[in-house]
Design a protein around this ligand. Structure first.
Ligand SMILES: C[S@@+](CC[C@H](N)C(=O)[O-])C[C@H]1O[C@@H](n2cnc3c(N)ncnc32)[C@H](O)[C@@H]1O
Length: 302
């Protein structure tokens, strides 16, 4: 937990935060409405004798009190997908609509790409890209099991992504669920901080900046880009969004997700960020008994 001490100055009730980070995370799953309604899925879970609770902020998100999310009959049939509760937040903030063209820049293994497809009633195009070929097979497997036919899978570096292969030249929306140092996954993965270093943060921040800039460039004027990570480091969060504000035509916009959170930072280690960064959200483990996440919503302005 030593690396997390650097966040003591920015997290209210830091002791509760540390205590939550030490508690193992409960199982969660998302109802896949492409295959079955919420009602049918809940009935199927009950038939299996599994206990769950629907999340207050989203009835499609289930906290599983018994059973493992990936090994139930309901899951084999694609009615549910094992997915951390906070991991379901960014697609909801993206708010994709049926018929749209959406780019999931860093999509594997596909939890959010398939959630985006479900939110679009599987109508339209979700370009699910990842630069890691090994992880693409899991993405394809999940897309097939969950019946997400609107997914088109690509295997490229998102930083210099070309749209020339498509019949269109811009997206309506894009999600950058960026590679990160994963500090916020400590409850699920107790080894998450083993290779932590400030150098690792600086290195991945460079990649994040490149991907977010490309996502803004590839999205139409008035379109939406959501940037998310499962880490607390401001260098990977507010500083990355600030870089996009400095270099591209976009602004940070408000949203309300109905989960307790803290606002994005406007200052870190002497670096100042635009005041609009307060519209981003930081979800800490002690606030809703979840993992940690950062989410910012951008509107493309030109
Ligand atoms: C946080 S994970 C994405 C999780 C995924 N969105 C989901 O919900 O299942 C980040 C992903 O970014 C991919 N990645 C890393 N660098 C990338 C790059 N330059 N271009 C595209 N994908 C990249 C990694 O392979 C990894 O799968």
């Amino acid at each position: 937990m030593e690396p997390l001490e650097r966040y003591r100055p920015i997290i209210d009730d830091f002791d509760a935060f540390l205590a939550a980070c030490e508690r193992p995370l409960g199982n969660a799953a998302r109802v896949n409405t492409i295959k079955a309604s919420v009602e049918r899925t809940l009935a199927t879970l009950e038939d299996e004798g599994l206990a769950y609770e629907q999340a207050d902020w989203n009835p499609r998100v289930l906290r599983l009190e018994t059973g493992s999310p990936g090994s139930t009959w309901t899951s084999f049939h694609g009615f549910t997908h094992g997915q951390e509760e906070v991991s379901a937040v960014p697609p909801v903030v993206l708010d994709p609509q049926p018929g749209e063209r959406v780019w999931d820049c860093c999509a594997a293994p596909g939890g959010k790409a398939t959630q985006i497809a479900a939110l679009m009633d599987d109508e339209g195009t979700v370009v699910a890209n990842d630069n890691n070929l090994g992880r693409i097979s899991a993405l394809r497997f999940n897309a097939e099991r969950l019946g997400a036919t609107s997914l088109a899978v690509t295997n490229d570096d998102a930083r210099n992504y070309s749209l020339r292969r498509f019949s269109f030249d811009e997206f309506d929306r894009a999600l950058v669920d960026a590679p990160c140092t994963c500090e916020g996954t400590i409850r699920k993965n107790p080894d998450a901080l083993d290779n932590w270093s400030e150098g690792a943060i600086a290195s991945v921040a460079g990649v994040q900046k490149g991907i977010l800039r490309r996502a803004v460039q590839a999205t139409r004027e008035g379109g939406t880009v959501v940037y998310s990570t499962c880490t607390f480091a401001p260098e990977e969060n507010e500083a990355v969004v600030q870089h996009a504000l400095d270099e591209e035509d976009c602004r940070v916009v408000d949203f309300d997700i109905g989960l307790e959170h803290s606002p994005g930072l406007t200052e870190w280690n002497g670096e100042e960020f635009d005041s609009s960064l307060e519209r981003a959200i930081r979800i800490y483990p002690h606030q809703n008994d979840t993992g940690g996440f950062f989410v910012a919503k951008l509107e493309v302005t030109a």
